[in-house]
Design a protein around this ligand. Structure first.
Ligand SMILES: [Zn+2]
Length: 489
């Protein structure tokens, strides 16, 4: 690719930092009609990188062939998850192809793996995105998609102006091995406007097909509820994928957030369920609440899961999707189950470390939620109601949601303290994360007037912290339309 083209792309990227135009690598991705094979034409601005890397251990097996474009016909071949580039000239290009069918010896156990969803294709980018391991501050990658007529793409990266009519994205400076997915198929991306953001929703193929309008209403309602935490949705244009065909009775048996690109939430749904069942389910509120925080290292998952678990009930109570009493009941039930399942002598940090091995999710999710509830109550009480977890997240959202960054829970809590002018979060961290016991919630329950009667919780009318309790769940400006709730739809 010539300098002129690079400059032109740079000018098209109005939203990118000016420096990004200096070294803009350009990938064009194409697929065949059957979505069986992918061809990638990658051009490097300036001297080419010596080595390209890829995230998935399945990538070398899926790699079909590669060569240096023009400058001879030297074959490129991966060596594990690395590929050495030789004989690529300055500003030179390479071509390579990848088999999208996958093989029987899959190495990926995360569940986020390349697959067909009906007639459509879901790919982990780690299977095919051979790229420089790191990018300098003045370097970036633009990826555009040259697709057969009638096909669309959903990608998690920042959308930029189309290139010759092809949808294009700027990859940014996040770590190359952060999971991310690209879907290609017969869907049409729907843009959902919520305060502060435009969610990019794609609903993949299913039999029967999912109701696109219902899925849009469900996701938009959850996103608007989360946006009410501080008046704007935390991530400007996340990728939202809905994949029908999940085999389970719940409407959304499986969902997760990925942190590659701008951030993404993927929902595997039972499309036979009614819209009301989706709106009543907590999953979308949970996943979208994750985006209130940036990427937090997985050994600190108690923080990201705790925040999402806390807000999955709080935001739905505020929007009227569930009642405040129901929200407190759901929290109480969660705390009880987690306490019952907590292994004696194991700290929260240890439980988080072993979460993926031994299935100790309940402890991690609900103790995280308990810590955030404690922090929220203390902030509200010490400030006379002028501060809360919402106001801290608002300030945090203004400074600290760079999608490429990576945080530890301790750093997040130190920042929360700095933003609130308190030591509430660090004190809770020191007390809770290395404690072998589940958080003692009895003083908090007394204060808030949460009266536990076995598995049930009742709200006492005259508790000292009753006003704080009610303020946490108080109705917000956004209310879930009654027509979306329950059996109505
Ligand atoms: Zn979660």
């Amino acid at each position: 690719m010539g300098r002129g083209v690079i400059l032109l792309i740079g000018m098209l990227l109005a939203s990118a930092p000016a420096a990004a135009a200096l070294h803009l690598h350009h990938y064009t991705v194409s697929v065949d009609d059957e979505l069986a094979m992918m061809n990638v034409h990658a051009c490097f601005a300036g001297p080419p990188p010596q080595v390209l890397v890829v995230e998935s251990l399945d990538a070398p097996g899926a790699f079909v062939e590669g060569k240096v474009a023009k400058g001879g016909h030297r074959d490129l071949a991966p060596n594990g998850t690395e590929m050495r580039l030789k004989d690529v000239p300055v500003d030179g290009c390479i071509d390579y192809s990848v088999n999208l069918h996958g093989g029987p010896t899959r190495q990926d156990f995360s569940g986020n793996s390349t697959r067909r969803v009906g007639r459509d294709l879901f790919t982990e980018i780690g299977l095919w995105f051979w790229r420089p391991a790191t990018l300098a501050p003045d370097e970036d990658i633009v990826v555009d998609f040259d697709l057969p007529k009638g096909l669309s793409v959903s990608a998690p990266w920042e959308p930029v102006a189309p290139i010759d009519g092809r949808p294009a994205y700027r990859v940014g400076h996040g770590p190359y091995d952060r999971p991310a997915a690209v879907a290609i198929g017969h869907f049409h991306e729907v843009l959902l406007d919520v305060p502060g953001a435009q969610l990019r929703l794609s609903v993949l193929d299913g039999s029967p097909p999912a109701d696109l309008h219902a899925m849009s209403e469900w996701i938009q309602d959850a996103a608007r509820s989360v946006a009410e935490v501080y008046g704007r949705f935390p991530v400007p244009n996340p990728q939202i994928l809905v994949m029908p065909g999940a085999r389970a009775s719940e409407p959304t048996p499986w969902a997760y957030v990925l942190r590659g690109g701008q951030g993404a939430a993927h929902f595997f749904v039972n499309q036979r369920r009614k819209l009301g069942d989706f709106v009543e389910d907590w999953t979308a509120a949970h996943e979208l609440s994750h985006l209130l925080l940036p990427y937090v290292k997985s050994q600190d998952a108690w923080l990201s899961e705790g925040l999402a678990t806390y807000y999955q009930n709080v935001v739905r109570a505020r929007s009227g999707a569930i009642s405040p009493a129901d929200a407190w009941q759901r929290m109480h039930s969660g705390f009880l189950r987690a306490m019952r399942l907590a292994r004696p002598g194991r700290t929260l940090a240890q439980a988080t470390d072993r979460m993926f091995g031994s299935g100790g999710y309940m402890r991690v999710y609900w103790q995280g939620a308990a810590i955030l509830l404690l922090a929220d109550v203390q902030l509200r009480e010490r400030s006379g109601g002028t501060q809360s977890l919402d106001t801290v997240l608002d300030r945090f959202g203004a400074c600290c949601l760079d999608p490429d960054a990576e945080w530890t829970a301790r750093r997040v809590f130190e920042k929360f303290d700095e933003l609130s002018g308190t030591d509430i979060f660090s004190t809770l961290y020191d007390r809770e994360v290395s404690s072998p016991a589940f958080t003692d919630l009895s003083p908090l329950y007394r204060d808030l007037g949460l009266v536990a009667l076995g598995g049930k919780v009742e709200l006492a009318p005259d508790a000292p912290g009753g006003a704080v309790r009610d303020a946490i769940m108080a109705p917000g400006p956004y209310q879930t339309p009654r027509a979306l709730i329950g059996d109505a739809r």
